[in-house]
Design a protein around this ligand. Structure first.
Ligand code: HEM
Length: 440
């Protein structure tokens, strides 16, 4: 039996996807259900959103599914970092890097996060107009650069990161992306931006390596962990660079968009903003951060989780099958197929969520929303062995930013805006969402 789906128009399907990625996949999901076939440039592609299939692919039979072609396209930027590597190499690196993102390490980072937010709030001016998505990017970029490299990104570095993200998007969405040696302005800008970021990262790495070689003391931070665990060689220098740039790219836009969506979602919900205000006065009582509260199932965390349910920043991600496999519905997945896993659709499906299109943080009474269902219906951070290593950091960081903003600012959004999407690598609200502030 053939999987329901679209078997004709291989190029048209690709072009339609490129024109309107979310709309194209949504139409297919709505028409064919939680497992649908798409002929994409004569490649077998399956759109998957059934929770049992998600669990099967990401956990139970994860050995049969690699990151695949789409992820490989990122190697020109990320090298052989955690996101792009596979097999034994990935396993070893994952173990090492995960040890830098334990709950204890995240707790230790909370003061740094708070300082960045305080500084950002301090420089905001009343009556000036701000772009929501851009401002959230600024905050999250500064946090990740400071955590990893103890460096504050200036405007030009910030633009370089944006150029890299735009290039990734171009590469994944183009029919025939022009190779880098072709001197188009896009390629030239990309190469310059990558060089600027690489120079910055290598500069930090080399300073540390010099200290290590001279047996000088180095700070006990992320970069030291990466370098200390290796025999110091050119290889470890490149490895460290690949991990740092991977974490910058993975941990910046995702958090920024979570925060931007959260603001769009609560903007007109006085009830939720009042609850956040109440929590913020406890969390920042006497101007000290009561960081331990951020690990509870508090209202800020529930709001952020609900925001990621309705607007998962990583709204789709891919896998490629090694051998033929059979999913819950008994449809066959041939070897070499691409599987498009879509939290966006699973998270909004009324079969798995009551009143699925309503923004209701109280549905997260239990911290684990998968505990009382078959399979995985909530996976904004992925699932299984390749689950996001930064999820605790992302949740604590988002809470600190949100609560500090609620405590010190009133955000006044411009007009009533229809919630439009911008599907970059991640999903963000319309990039023309503007606000003004009043300091409280
Ligand atoms: C709200 C914020 C975030 C979201 C929604 C998110 C989402 C995800 C998802 C869906 C994956 C799995 C992709 C797949 O299986 O193909 C992932 C992996 C990953 N994330 Fe995140 N992420 C967030 C924040 C962060 C942060 C703050 C960091 C680190 C600073 C980070 C680092 C990574 C890394 C390194 C991986 C690859 C893990 C591996 O394959 O071993 N992420 N993330």
């Amino acid at each position: 039996m053939k999987t329901p789906g679209i078997y004709t128009g291989p190029i048209k399907n690709f072009l339609n996807y490129r024109k309107n990625p979310l709309g194209f996949l949504k139409n297919i999901h709505d028409e064919f259900g939680s497992l649908a076939y798409i002929n994409f440039m004569n490649k077998d592609v399956f759109l998957v959103s059934d929770p049992e299939d998600i669990e099967h692919i990401l956990l139970k039979n994860s050995k049969n599914y690699l990151k695949g072609r789409t992820t490989k396209k990122l190697s020109s930027i990320l090298g052989k970092g955690l996101i792009t590597s596979e097999g034994e190499y990935w396993k070893k690196r994952n173990r090492l890097i995960r040890s830098s993102f334990t709950n204890k390490k995240v707790s230790q980072s909370s003061t740094l996060i708070l300082k960045v937010v305080e500084e950002w709030i301090r420089q905001l001016e009343e009556n000036k107009r701000y772009n929501l998505v851009e401002e959230m990017h600024k905050v999250s970029a500064e946090i990740i650069f400071k955590l990893l490299l103890q460096k504050k990104p200036n405007e030009s570095l910030f633009n370089d990161v944006k150029t890299l993200l735009d290039y990734i998007l171009y590469k994944t969405r183009s029919l025939f992306p022009l190779p880098l040696f072709v001197p188009t302005s896009r390629n030239r800008n990309f190469k310059q931006a990558l060089k600027n970021i690489d120079d910055l990262i290598y500069n930090s790495i080399d300073k540390r390596l010099e200290k290590l070689q001279n047996k000088e003391k180095i700070p006990k931070d992320f970069l030291s962990l990466l370098l200390n665990n290796e025999t110091l060689s050119d290889f470890s220098r490149i490895q460290a660079r690949d991990e740092v740039i991977t974490l910058i790219m993975a941990g910046h836009e995702t958090v920024a968009n979570t925060l931007a969506w959260t603001w769009v979602s609560i903007n007109e919900r006085k009830d939720l903003k009042d609850q956040l205000k109440e929590l913020s006065s406890v969390v920042f009582e006497k101007n000290t951060l009561k960081e331990e509260i951020l690990w509870d199932n508090n209202i800020a965390k529930k709001i952020i989780m609900e925001s990621m349910r309705m607007h998962p920043p990583v709204w789709v991600f891919m896998r490629e099958s090694i051998s033929e496999d059979i999913l819950r519905s008994k449809y066959k997945i041939p070897a070499g197929s691409t599987l498009v896993l879509a939290p966006y659709f699973t998270h909004r499906d009324k079969t798995y969520w009551k009143d699925s299109l309503e923004f209701n943080p109280e549905r997260f009474q239990k911290l684990n929303p998968n505990s009382d269902v078959q399979g995985i219906r909530y996976f904004p951070f992925g699932y299984g062995p390749r689950v996001c290593i930064g999820q605790s950091l992302a949740l604590v960081e988002s809470q600190i930013v949100l609560l500090k903003m609620i405590k010190n600012l009133e955000l006044i959004f411009e007009g009533k805006k229809k919630q439009e999407f911008n599907e970059g690598i991640t999903l963000s609200p319309a990039t023309n969402t503007f606000f003004r502030i009043k300091k409280i």
